[in-house]
Design a protein. Structure first.
Length: 257
Protein backbone atom coordinates (compact mmCIF):
# COMPACT_ATOMS: atom_id res chain seq x y z
CA UNK A 1 0.00 0.00 0.00
CA UNK A 2 2.85 2.38 0.85
CA UNK A 3 4.46 1.61 -2.50
CA UNK A 4 1.21 2.45 -4.32
CA UNK A 5 0.87 5.75 -2.44
CA UNK A 6 4.47 6.69 -3.24
CA UNK A 7 3.93 5.84 -6.91
CA UNK A 8 0.78 7.99 -7.06
CA UNK A 9 2.59 10.91 -5.40
CA UNK A 10 5.49 10.56 -7.85
CA UNK A 11 3.13 10.59 -10.86
CA UNK A 12 1.22 13.60 -9.51
CA UNK A 13 4.40 15.58 -8.79
CA UNK A 14 5.85 14.88 -12.24
CA UNK A 15 2.57 15.78 -13.92
CA UNK A 16 2.42 19.03 -11.91
CA UNK A 17 5.96 19.90 -13.01
CA UNK A 18 5.05 19.35 -16.67
CA UNK A 19 1.92 21.51 -16.28
CA UNK A 20 3.94 24.35 -14.72
CA UNK A 21 6.52 24.01 -17.49
CA UNK A 22 3.78 24.26 -20.15
CA UNK A 23 2.18 27.27 -18.42
CA UNK A 24 5.53 29.10 -18.40
CA UNK A 25 5.88 28.42 -22.13
CA UNK A 26 2.34 29.72 -22.76
CA UNK A 27 3.15 33.04 -21.09
CA UNK A 28 5.31 33.81 -24.13
CA UNK A 29 8.10 35.32 -22.07
CA UNK A 30 10.63 32.90 -23.54
CA UNK A 31 11.23 32.10 -27.18
CA UNK A 32 10.94 28.45 -28.17
CA UNK A 33 14.69 28.36 -28.86
CA UNK A 34 15.27 29.26 -25.19
CA UNK A 35 12.51 27.19 -23.59
CA UNK A 36 10.90 24.51 -25.78
CA UNK A 37 7.51 23.15 -24.80
CA UNK A 38 7.15 19.69 -23.22
CA UNK A 39 5.69 18.34 -26.47
CA UNK A 40 8.72 19.51 -28.48
CA UNK A 41 11.15 18.05 -25.94
CA UNK A 42 9.35 14.70 -25.75
CA UNK A 43 9.36 14.59 -29.55
CA UNK A 44 13.13 15.14 -29.42
CA UNK A 45 13.47 12.30 -26.91
CA UNK A 46 11.49 10.00 -29.19
CA UNK A 47 13.68 10.96 -32.16
CA UNK A 48 16.96 10.07 -30.41
CA UNK A 49 15.42 6.86 -29.06
CA UNK A 50 14.18 5.87 -32.51
CA UNK A 51 17.44 6.50 -34.36
CA UNK A 52 19.57 4.78 -31.70
CA UNK A 53 21.50 7.90 -30.68
CA UNK A 54 20.37 7.71 -27.06
CA UNK A 55 21.19 4.02 -26.72
CA UNK A 56 24.69 4.48 -28.13
CA UNK A 57 25.51 7.39 -25.80
CA UNK A 58 23.96 5.60 -22.82
CA UNK A 59 26.03 2.47 -23.38
CA UNK A 60 29.23 4.50 -23.36
CA UNK A 61 28.25 6.53 -20.28
CA UNK A 62 27.05 3.52 -18.32
CA UNK A 63 30.23 1.56 -19.05
CA UNK A 64 32.32 4.48 -17.79
CA UNK A 65 30.11 4.97 -14.76
CA UNK A 66 30.03 1.29 -13.80
CA UNK A 67 33.80 0.92 -14.09
CA UNK A 68 34.60 4.01 -12.00
CA UNK A 69 31.89 3.42 -9.41
CA UNK A 70 32.64 -0.27 -8.83
CA UNK A 71 36.38 0.44 -8.51
CA UNK A 72 35.63 3.24 -6.03
CA UNK A 73 33.22 1.04 -4.05
CA UNK A 74 35.66 -1.87 -3.78
CA UNK A 75 38.63 0.36 -2.94
CA UNK A 76 36.69 2.59 -0.55
CA UNK A 77 35.07 -0.26 1.38
CA UNK A 78 38.23 -2.36 1.69
CA UNK A 79 40.44 0.58 2.70
CA UNK A 80 37.69 1.89 4.97
CA UNK A 81 37.46 -1.43 6.82
CA UNK A 82 41.22 -1.63 7.26
CA UNK A 83 41.72 2.01 8.24
CA UNK A 84 38.64 2.10 10.46
CA UNK A 85 39.94 -0.93 12.31
CA UNK A 86 43.46 0.46 12.64
CA UNK A 87 42.77 3.84 14.25
CA UNK A 88 46.43 4.75 14.73
CA UNK A 89 47.07 4.57 10.96
CA UNK A 90 43.81 6.42 10.22
CA UNK A 91 44.84 9.30 12.49
CA UNK A 92 47.79 9.97 10.14
CA UNK A 93 45.81 9.57 6.91
CA UNK A 94 42.66 11.44 7.96
CA UNK A 95 44.14 14.98 7.60
CA UNK A 96 45.25 14.23 4.03
CA UNK A 97 41.82 12.84 3.16
CA UNK A 98 40.11 15.91 4.61
CA UNK A 99 42.31 18.17 2.46
CA UNK A 100 41.70 16.25 -0.77
CA UNK A 101 37.99 15.50 -0.23
CA UNK A 102 36.59 19.02 -0.86
CA UNK A 103 38.50 19.43 -4.14
CA UNK A 104 36.17 19.01 -7.12
CA UNK A 105 37.14 16.09 -9.37
CA UNK A 106 36.90 18.47 -12.34
CA UNK A 107 39.75 20.50 -10.82
CA UNK A 108 41.99 17.48 -11.39
CA UNK A 109 40.99 17.23 -15.04
CA UNK A 110 44.11 18.91 -16.58
CA UNK A 111 46.36 16.46 -14.70
CA UNK A 112 44.08 13.53 -15.45
CA UNK A 113 44.32 14.21 -19.18
CA UNK A 114 48.11 14.51 -18.96
CA UNK A 115 48.42 11.29 -16.96
CA UNK A 116 45.76 9.13 -18.63
CA UNK A 117 45.35 10.67 -22.08
CA UNK A 118 42.12 11.18 -24.02
CA UNK A 119 39.29 8.67 -24.16
CA UNK A 120 37.33 6.76 -21.54
CA UNK A 121 40.06 6.84 -18.88
CA UNK A 122 39.64 10.51 -17.80
CA UNK A 123 35.88 10.08 -17.24
CA UNK A 124 36.45 6.85 -15.30
CA UNK A 125 39.06 8.52 -13.08
CA UNK A 126 36.76 11.48 -12.40
CA UNK A 127 33.95 9.09 -11.41
CA UNK A 128 36.36 7.18 -9.17
CA UNK A 129 37.48 10.34 -7.37
CA UNK A 130 33.90 11.56 -6.95
CA UNK A 131 32.70 8.27 -5.46
CA UNK A 132 35.76 7.20 -3.48
CA UNK A 133 35.76 9.73 -0.63
CA UNK A 134 32.09 9.36 0.46
CA UNK A 135 32.44 5.57 0.48
CA UNK A 136 35.76 5.60 2.34
CA UNK A 137 34.60 8.03 5.04
CA UNK A 138 31.27 6.27 5.54
CA UNK A 139 33.02 2.92 5.90
CA UNK A 140 35.54 4.27 8.41
CA UNK A 141 32.69 5.85 10.38
CA UNK A 142 30.69 2.61 10.24
CA UNK A 143 33.60 0.56 11.58
CA UNK A 144 34.17 3.09 14.35
CA UNK A 145 30.51 2.82 15.42
CA UNK A 146 30.32 -0.96 15.65
CA UNK A 147 28.73 -1.91 18.99
CA UNK A 148 31.30 -3.23 21.47
CA UNK A 149 28.99 -6.13 22.32
CA UNK A 150 29.63 -7.60 18.88
CA UNK A 151 33.34 -7.62 19.55
CA UNK A 152 32.83 -9.34 22.88
CA UNK A 153 30.69 -12.03 21.28
CA UNK A 154 33.27 -12.54 18.53
CA UNK A 155 36.00 -12.83 21.17
CA UNK A 156 33.98 -15.42 23.06
CA UNK A 157 33.68 -17.50 19.91
CA UNK A 158 37.38 -17.09 19.19
CA UNK A 159 36.97 -15.29 15.87
CA UNK A 160 40.22 -13.94 14.46
CA UNK A 161 41.14 -11.83 11.45
CA UNK A 162 40.13 -11.82 8.64
CA UNK A 163 36.91 -13.61 9.67
CA UNK A 164 36.27 -10.97 12.33
CA UNK A 165 36.52 -8.17 9.79
CA UNK A 166 34.24 -9.66 7.15
CA UNK A 167 31.79 -11.67 9.29
CA UNK A 168 31.23 -9.25 12.18
CA UNK A 169 32.49 -5.74 11.43
CA UNK A 170 31.35 -5.46 7.80
CA UNK A 171 27.71 -6.50 8.43
CA UNK A 172 27.50 -4.29 11.53
CA UNK A 173 28.91 -1.29 9.66
CA UNK A 174 26.87 -1.90 6.52
CA UNK A 175 24.04 0.62 7.19
CA UNK A 176 26.56 3.50 7.23
CA UNK A 177 28.45 2.01 4.29
CA UNK A 178 25.17 1.88 2.36
CA UNK A 179 24.61 5.57 3.04
CA UNK A 180 28.02 6.29 1.58
CA UNK A 181 27.26 4.17 -1.48
CA UNK A 182 24.05 6.12 -2.07
CA UNK A 183 25.78 9.46 -1.69
CA UNK A 184 28.62 8.33 -3.95
CA UNK A 185 26.17 7.10 -6.58
CA UNK A 186 24.59 10.53 -7.07
CA UNK A 187 27.92 12.34 -6.92
CA UNK A 188 29.55 9.98 -9.40
CA UNK A 189 26.64 10.28 -11.85
CA UNK A 190 26.82 14.09 -11.72
CA UNK A 191 30.55 14.15 -12.37
CA UNK A 192 30.27 11.54 -15.12
CA UNK A 193 28.16 14.01 -17.09
CA UNK A 194 30.48 16.91 -16.19
CA UNK A 195 33.51 14.92 -17.28
CA UNK A 196 31.92 14.00 -20.60
CA UNK A 197 31.05 17.63 -21.20
CA UNK A 198 34.67 18.66 -20.77
CA UNK A 199 36.73 16.06 -22.59
CA UNK A 200 34.73 13.31 -24.29
CA UNK A 201 33.48 12.67 -27.80
CA UNK A 202 30.63 10.39 -26.74
CA UNK A 203 28.27 9.79 -23.84
CA UNK A 204 25.28 11.60 -22.36
CA UNK A 205 27.28 14.67 -21.34
CA UNK A 206 28.74 14.99 -24.82
CA UNK A 207 25.23 14.59 -26.27
CA UNK A 208 24.09 17.71 -24.38
CA UNK A 209 27.11 19.75 -25.47
CA UNK A 210 26.69 18.60 -29.07
CA UNK A 211 22.99 19.61 -28.96
CA UNK A 212 23.95 23.01 -27.56
CA UNK A 213 26.49 23.56 -30.33
CA UNK A 214 23.80 22.64 -32.85
CA UNK A 215 21.37 25.12 -31.22
CA UNK A 216 18.98 22.25 -30.39
CA UNK A 217 17.63 23.40 -27.03
CA UNK A 218 14.96 20.69 -27.21
CA UNK A 219 17.68 18.02 -27.20
CA UNK A 220 19.55 19.83 -24.42
CA UNK A 221 16.46 19.60 -22.22
CA UNK A 222 15.86 16.05 -23.44
CA UNK A 223 19.37 15.10 -22.31
CA UNK A 224 18.82 16.71 -18.91
CA UNK A 225 15.56 14.79 -18.39
CA UNK A 226 17.10 11.50 -19.51
CA UNK A 227 20.09 11.94 -17.18
CA UNK A 228 17.76 12.65 -14.25
CA UNK A 229 15.55 9.62 -14.97
CA UNK A 230 18.53 7.29 -15.41
CA UNK A 231 20.07 8.58 -12.17
CA UNK A 232 16.81 7.83 -10.34
CA UNK A 233 16.69 4.32 -11.78
CA UNK A 234 20.30 3.65 -10.72
CA UNK A 235 19.51 4.88 -7.20
CA UNK A 236 16.52 2.55 -6.93
CA UNK A 237 18.55 -0.41 -8.15
CA UNK A 238 21.23 0.25 -5.54
CA UNK A 239 18.54 0.47 -2.84
CA UNK A 240 17.14 -2.90 -3.90
CA UNK A 241 20.62 -4.45 -3.73
CA UNK A 242 21.22 -2.83 -0.34
CA UNK A 243 17.95 -4.18 1.07
CA UNK A 244 18.73 -7.65 -0.24
CA UNK A 245 22.12 -7.64 1.49
CA UNK A 246 20.56 -6.35 4.71
CA UNK A 247 18.05 -9.19 4.72
CA UNK A 248 20.79 -11.76 4.21
CA UNK A 249 22.81 -10.31 7.09
CA UNK A 250 19.79 -9.85 9.34
CA UNK A 251 20.16 -6.07 9.51
CA UNK A 252 16.86 -4.33 10.26
CA UNK A 253 15.42 -2.36 7.37
CA UNK A 254 14.39 1.20 8.11
CA UNK A 255 11.33 2.61 6.41
CA UNK A 256 12.31 5.12 3.74
CA UNK A 257 9.95 8.01 3.12
Amino acid sequence: MNTLKKSIKAVVSIFALIVIWQLVVLTGRFEESLLPSPAVVFTGIWDIVKDGTLLNHYRVSFARFLTGYVLAALTGVILGLLLGWNKSVWSFIDPVIQILRPVSPIAWFPFIVLWFGIGDAPAVVIIFIAAFFPILLSTVSGVGNVDAIYMKVADNFGLKQPALLFKIILPAAFPLIANGLHLALGTAWVFLVAGEMVGAQSGLGFMIIDARNSLRSDLVLAGIIIIGVLGLILDRLVRLLENRIKRQWGVSLEERN
